[in-house]
Design a protein around this ligand. Structure first.
Ligand SMILES: Cc1cc2nc3c(=O)[nH]c(=O)nc-3n(C[C@H](O)[C@H](O)[C@H](O)COP(=O)(O)OP(=O)(O)OC[C@H]3O[C@@H](n4cnc5c(N)ncnc54)[C@H](O)[C@@H]3O)c2cc1C
Length: 400
């Protein structure tokens, strides 16, 4: 007979979704533990660019979409947390940039002037005078337009660290689950979750609710639950990291003629103190069909074309593929908002954006409150030998 751990809620997955939920659920008086099979944040969360979108990105097509509305409240929620007045204390999480700058290349400046003017009129962006341009655009050869978009970028490594900090006593590293570790009955209720860590005996986790916030790892539970209406999708990206000798950071969307920015750049500090430009946007979406050598070559050309006045010859580039894990959408499109589904005593959840993790947590809490769950026994002694999982290292430090 294996030893038993009892808790109100067992969360599987230590990315932003699981960690945010853990903080909020414990604040609400639920007892909770979080189980992680690898490193904390090491899934999509540490690979995110850290932009707290307010929806303007989705309004680039000129229309207010469901996605725009769903995310519109998020910047204020994050801002309150960063200032120490929100639900979670994120005062130790650095804001890497107060703005994401929108810019056009010289060639498109004329074509995009009207679009920028409309956005400025709606108060979504501010036009900058050249003297206020960020350092990278302070060059005689730059003749495009620069606007400031009110979207902050945060340090996702620090975010994970701060979300973990008050919860070290209830976060445990477990071995990857095998088919025999999770038992589900015909009604979709989890009847057994068995976990172990290296060399330990198997422990039986008894929870009133099991929340699966495991990113692409949620596919494992979906296969067990066999719910026809609930499937997952993965949307791949081929991201590029560029270590430079430049002495300034860049946070910018380079607009092309399409709805997705031609390139989205955020900047992060590598372990040696150098700036790493992190490239997403269209280049990452279209780059999934190329191998790494080709993707790096394309990125170098793109950067040289967009920033013709900069010298990238000594820059070190590397690329990697990563999937965005989400609930299946018609045509494999981007989901509009955070998503959760309750099936028996399980909840399967994806925030679909880092910025939407607070919204997901509020929705899950509302769902649990509706069920009127009473606090039950809490005993984690059997997990005493289980280590706290390590924080993931930044991807640029792994690659460069
Ligand atoms: C390249 C990229 C850039 C992005 N940029 C942004 C951005 O700028 N702004 C934004 O808002 N969003 C962004 N996103 C989206 C955002 O990163 C994700 O929506 C968010 O991080 C998902 O968090 P999560 O906790 O659901 O998943 P993850 O971060 O993937 O975490 C899932 C965790 O579950 C663990 N796990 C897996 N299986 C199991 C199991 N069986 N048991 C226990 N644990 C398990 C994994 O090891 C992992 O740690 C970006 C995504 C990508 C890929």
């Amino acid at each position: 007979m294996s030893k038993v751990v009892e808790t109100d809620i067992a969360i599987l997955g230590g990315g932003v979704a699981g960690l945010w939920l853990l903080n909020r659920l414990r604040q609400q008086g639920f007892t909770a533990i979080l189980l992680e099979t690898a490193t904390l944040g090491g899934g999509q969360t540490h690979k995110a660019q850290g932009i707290i979108h307010g929806g303007t990105k989705y309004a680039l097509q000129g229309s207010i979409t469901a996605a725009t509305q769903a995310i519109a409240d998020m910047p204020a929620v994050w801002q309150a947390c960063l200032e120490g007045t929100g639900d979670i204390d994120l005062t130790q999480v650095p804001v890497l940039s107060q703005h994401q700058y929108l810019f056009s290349t010289n060639k498109l400046a004329g074509k995009l002037a009207g679009f920028f003017a409309t956005m400025a009129l709606q108060g979504q962006v501010d036009q900058l005078v050249p003297a206020a341009y960020p350092a990278v655009f302070q060059h005689a050869h730059f003749k495009g337009l620069v606007y400031a978009l009110h979207e902050i970028a945060i340090d996702t490594q620090a975010l994970v660290r701060e979300l973990v900090k008050p919860n070290q006593d209830v976060i445990f590293k477990i071995d990857p689950l095998s088919d025999d570790d999770l038992h589900v009955d015909a009604a979709g209720n989890i009847t057994a979750l068995l976990v172990r860590t290296a060399r330990s005996e198997q422990i039986h986790v008894q929870a009133k609710k099991y929340i699966f916030a495991a990113g692409s790892g949620n596919e494992f539970i979906l296969a067990k639950l066999r719910q026809p209406g609930l499937q997952a999708q993965r949307r791949p990206l081929h991201m590029v990291v560029v270590k430079t000798d430049f002495t300034y950071p860049v946070f910018a969307h380079c607009l092309g003629m399409g709805a997705t920015p031609r390139i989205t750049i955020t900047t992060h500090k590598a372990h040696d103190g150098k700036y790493v430009w992190y490239l997403g946007g269209q280049i990452a979406e279209e780059g999934v069909k190329f191998d790494s050598a080709k993707q790096v070559e394309i990125a170098r050309q793109e950067l040289q074309d967009i920033f013709s006045w900069l010298d990238f010859s000594s820059a070190q580039l590397a690329s990697f593929l990563v999937d965005r894990a989400e609930p299946l959408q018609p045509g494999g499109k981007r989901p509009d908002s955070a998503y959760y589904k309750e099936i028996g005593n399980a909840i399967v959840a994806w925030p679909t954006k880092l910025a939407l993790a607070p919204k997901l947590a509020e929705e899950v809490i509302a769902c649990l409150e509706k069920a009127n769950m009473k606090q039950g026994a809490f005993d984690t002694r059997a997990l005493r030998a289980f280590p706290v999982p390590a924080l993931a290292t930044p991807i640029w430090d792994d690659l460069l």
